[in-house]
Structure formats: C-alpha cells, structure tokens
Ligand binder design. Sequence first.
Ligand code: MN
Length: 185
Amino acid sequence: MSAITQLKDIVENEAEARATGAEHSTGAEQSTSAEQRPATRRTAMEVLPKKPSTKGTAELFTGDVWFDVVAAGEEPSRIRVNVVRFAPCARTAWHCHAAGQTLHVTEGVGLVQSKGGEVIVMRPGDTVHTPPGEWHWHGAAPDHFMTHLALWEGPGPDGGPESQWGEHVTDEEYNARQRHRRAGQ
Ligand code: MN
C-alpha cells in the first residue's frame, strides 16, 4: 500500500468513525493490524478549547493578576492547575489551601511568604510548596512581572473549601526587608 493510499484510507476511516459516532475499537475485532494502520486508532484524548483569561478579583488580589485555567479535574480527579500572571507589585491576599499548593515560576521575579516566615524571592525554575492549611501569599516583585504555575487540589470527599482567603497583604508586609533568600537555597 502506497503512503498516499494509506493516508487516504486513514482519512476515510476517521470520517466514517466520526459520522457513525463509533467508539474507539478494542482492536480485537479489527480486520487489519495496528502495524498496518498505526494512525487510525481512535482515543479519548482531546485538545481542549482555549478559554479566555480571567482577571483576579479585587477581593482576593492586590494589583493586576490574570489567570488561565490549565486543568480543573472532575471527580475522581481533584487536580487544579492555573497559569497565573502578576504585574509588578501585584499579589494574592493571605490564603491557605486545604491540600497544600505547589508553585512553579516560569517567568520574571516573584515573592512568596508563609505567615511568620521571611519573604522569599522566586525565580524561573523555582518550585515552592506550601503545606495544607499554611497561610501564605505570593506575587510579583516590585519591579518585575512574574508568571507561575499554581497546582493544588479541589475539595475532598468531606466537601470542605479547597482554599480559604483572608486579609489583603499590606504594603508594609509586602515591603518587609528580609527577602534575600532564594527559593531552594
Ligand atoms: Mn497559594
């Protein structure tokens, strides 16, 4: 079978499957082997439609913060992943996450602080974890944008809130002096 004939066969097979709403075959009843038709297997994988970016609300954030939802799993998955972009000086309010949270900086310079701890500088490639229930804030440095991935989990079987939110981070708290330690050092 020539490459073009094979490709035509693949396209027709896909169109037919779509038209009939056929489910992905288990392979057992296929008349041709997977080796002959490597690209015709239908799977449930999908490229998800892009959703608009969302502006963080003034109740939960100071300054301009925008986020894109990457993953919001449905049961049994509880996965939550957002890309969050902070303008200089922008930050979250004080908050905590029921199952903890991992932040991974992809761009710029950021700050993060747990209640009672020092302000830590985060840079691209840094990963910071806050344990369940530990109050903290995160945001951009005063003179840099910052983008991070935020990974946390949705409500568990008990139905409690995935995050709790408190007071805004004051300028005094944001400008606290001890911010020399790099994440991971
Ligand atoms: Mn957080």
